[in-house]
Design a protein around this ligand. Structure first.
Ligand SMILES: [Zn+2]
Length: 231
């Protein structure tokens, strides 16, 4: 019984200011290799080091534009974290496979878990296929040898299941950012209580949290008080 920490790594340079935000968007649209004048994924590396100091295990999902550097990979491996694909171009089995192989060849390791970028409403970037079609992903995931899929529904009471294709499927998450959650019904104390009763997913985007004091303090409180996956 514990909280599964899911980290979707959407932003190459974070969102500390407008310049970083714009560079993140351009880098994701054109798959530009890390720019030397901006600290690439620095916000993420700091967060991994923090988790390592607390022996908390995270599941990190990367896009093609947020591939982990060797240093970040070292820190992820030191903390025994799980590395997954944050599926962006989900238009077909082939586009899924292309993203998966790209990430696997870059980290030199097999990937068995994935999450989906976007929940079907908006198009986030040039390569993003916005529809949200979990049934297709489960079918394709099984064909590609995946073991776990983390979905994007926003009702955290929905439980995980094991699909006919033998994939572990977590359809929903507790989204830390308030605009993706019914904060009246599901506050952080609800999450902490629930984490002691069953497995459920906490979804965070680190770049949004480090620029928002309220979210930062809520995350810290959760990590100090919930039942967590530890290494
Ligand atoms: Zn995303």
């Amino acid at each position: 019984m514990s909280l599964i920490l899911r980290i979707d790594v959407d932003s190459p340079y974070g969102k500390e200011n407008v310049f970083n935000h714009i560079c993140s968007r351009i880098a994701s649209d054109y798959n530009i290799t890390p720019l030397l004048f901006l600290p690439y994924l620095k916000y993420l590396d700091d967060f991994i080091i923090y988790l390592n100091s607390k022996s908390i295990q995270g599941n990190f999902f990367f896009r093609k534009c947020t591939l982990p550097t060797n240093i970040i990979l070292d820190h992820l491996r030191q903390g025994n974290h799980i590395i997954g694909l944050h599926l962006e171009n989900s238009i077909s089995l082939d586009s899924f496979k292309e993203e998966l192989k790209f990430l696997e060849s870059n980290i030199n390791s097999k990937i068995e878990v994935f999450s989906k970028h976007g929940s079907g409403k908006f198009k986030y970037g040039l390569h993003h296929f916005p529809s949200y079609e979990p049934t297709k992903y489960l079918d394709w995931g099984s064909k590609l040898g995946m073991k776990i899929f983390f979905g994007n529904l926003e009702d955290p009471t929905i439980d995980f299941s094991i699909t006919n294709q033998r994939l572990m499927f977590y359809p929903a998450a507790f989204w830390l950012e308030h605009h993706w959650r019914d904060t009246k019904s599901f506050d952080i104390n609800w999450l902490i209580r629930e984490s002691k009763l069953r497995d459920l997913v906490l979804l965070i985007h680190v770049e949004n949290i480090i620029t928002n004091n309220l979210l930062y303090n809520e995350l810290k409180y959760i990590l100090e008080n919930a039942e967590l996956m530890r290494t």
